[in-house]
Design a protein around this ligand. Structure first.
Ligand SMILES: Nc1nc2c(c(=O)[nH]1)N[C@H]1C(S)=C(S)[C@@H](COP(=O)(O)O)O[C@H]1N2
Ligand SMILES: [Mo]
Length: 428
């Protein structure tokens, strides 16, 4: 631990040590106003009475051969915005980040983005073709793909349209809708380089086209160097087969790059000497700059962070000691530091990063804070291992103008009101 970290740890021990989070210490000494009076009962006289579930045996193991969450968690679901997803030709659902506690997104809650709906593919019939500038074109079955050496890596996938609505202004007042086009999973499959080497890469090859088996046949061009570096062809997500929504039985994962290149239901890989300039890299997924030119092939997802607790969906229950929690990530590699401000960016404190801090994966951060019940402007700002600092929306608009749809990685501001409610605001 460096001196800086030691000082932070000591400071938070000091803050945490003096009073309990629920104010129990205060109840005993009677010296502090409590957030929630019912929690003041420091020494209950008797254990709680048996509830119905404590009085008879519960269900056995036969009624639920595949597990599901408690019925009390029925509100923890992906959500869509009806006006954004008028039909199934183009649809998107958002991860409920406000209800999640770790860096892994549960498979049933991973956001979805489909250009022609969810394809339900039969793995026995699915084939992957590798052709173009290769020595030996290949047509592989899933059984073939499973024979190659396996790798497992944890990475986020974020749609470059995440936060896109906020180029205009704050909209919908929701963590889920403002930031939920991201998920992070432990992916298992084969290195793309392993398969390309099996096919034999011709020396003129520079670009790789990847295409899906959905009816959109969504395709993108990727530089060969990235494909050989860290791209994965995966068939498993968090230890089980991919879900149909995430591209079952086979998808590409392009770590740290915009989600649209991580082609789902992957059926074709073609090597060439230049990009294909497909629909999704010309008419879409480009960024209109202030000078009227369009920036293309803007693959990298730059560093971003957000406070997930509190947030509009999870207001503060009352004044007192709270743990500010959030997530940070960067397409450049690892998160180096996250700073948190309570006053709209005038003063910053470093948050604690939770292990594991993985490359191109979500990283969790926390910071204890005693909220005095006064209005506040909460922000988080990530700095990644390359020294890149997450910009404010004003800084980003200065570079990019306001015609963009994609790549908004600006600092989120949560306005906390006196009653603990939280609002999505942009500072001028
Ligand atoms: N074949 C195919 N691949 C695709 C898409 C698609 O519509 N079809 N959508 C892309 C987009 S825009 C994103 S952001 C990610 C979303 O992945 P997810 O649905 O698993 O979250 O998949 C990408 N891969
Ligand atoms: Mo996307």
């Amino acid at each position: 631990m460096g001196p800086n970290l030691r000082r932070m740890a000591a400071a938070s021990r000091h803050l945490l040590g003096r009073r309990s989070f629920l104010g129990l210490g205060a109840a005993l000494t009677g010296s502090l106003a409590l957030g929630r009076p019912e929690q003041a009962d420091a020494q209950p006289a008797s254990p709680p009475a048996d509830a119905p579930w404590s009085q008879t045996a519960g269900s056995g193991v036969v009624d639920r051969p595949y597990g599901k969450p408690s019925d009390f968690e029925a509100g923890v679901i992906r959500r869509n915005v009806p006006w954004l997803t008028a039909g199934k030709e183009s649809s998107v659902s958002f991860t409920p980040l406000q209800d999640l506690h770790g860096i892994i997104t549960p498979n049933g809650l991973f956001y979805e983005r489909h250009h022609s709906g969810r394809a339900d593919v039969d793995p026995a019939q699915h084939r992957l073709m590798i052709h173009g500038l290769v020595g030996r074109p290949l047509l592989l079955s899933m059984q073939d793909i499973l024979r190659f050496p396996q790798v497992t890596r944890t990475h986020f996938i974020e749609c470059s349209a995440n936060g896109g609505m906020h180029w205009r202004t704050s909209q919908l007042n929701s963590l889920q809708f403002a930031h939920g086009m991201i998920g992070c999973a432990e992916w298992t499959g084969v290195r793309l380089s392993t398969l390309l080497e099996e096919a034999g890469i011709k020396k003129e090859a520079r670009w790789v086209m990847v295409e899906g088996a959905d009816s959109a046949h969504m395709n993108r061009s990727l530089p060969l160097a990235k494909c050989l570096d860290d791209c994965l062809l995966v068939y498993a997500q968090n230890g089980e087969a991919l879900r149909p929504e995430q591209g079952y039985p086979l998808r590409l994962v392009v770590p740290g790059w915009e989600g649209s290149v991580s082609i789902k239901w992957l059926r074709r890989i073609k090597l060439g000497d230049k990009p294909w300039y497909s629909r999704e890299e010309t008419s879409k997924y480009t960024d209109l700059m202030p000078d009227g030119t369009a920036r293309g092939f803007s693959f990298l997802m730059e560093a971003k962070s957000v406070i997930t607790s509190p947030c509009p969906e999870k207001p503060f229950p009352g004044p007192g000691l709270h743990e500010i929690r959030g997530l940070a990530w960067t397409g450049n590699g690892k998160v180096k530091r996250v700073d948190v401000s309570m006053d709209g960016g005038s003063n910053w404190q470093s948050a604690r990063l939770h292990e594991p801090v993985l490359s191109k994966a979500l990283t969790k951060f926390t910071l204890p804070w005693r909220w005095d019940g006064k209005p506040a402007l909460l922000q988080s700002r990530v700095i990644d291992e390359t020294g890149y600092v997450q910009p404010t929306i004003a800084e980003l608009r200065k570079q990019r103008g306001s015609n963009s749809v994609y790549h908004n990685n600006s600092i989120q501001t949560w306005q906390v009101k006196g009653d603990g409610s939280v609002f999505d605001v942009q500072l001028g």
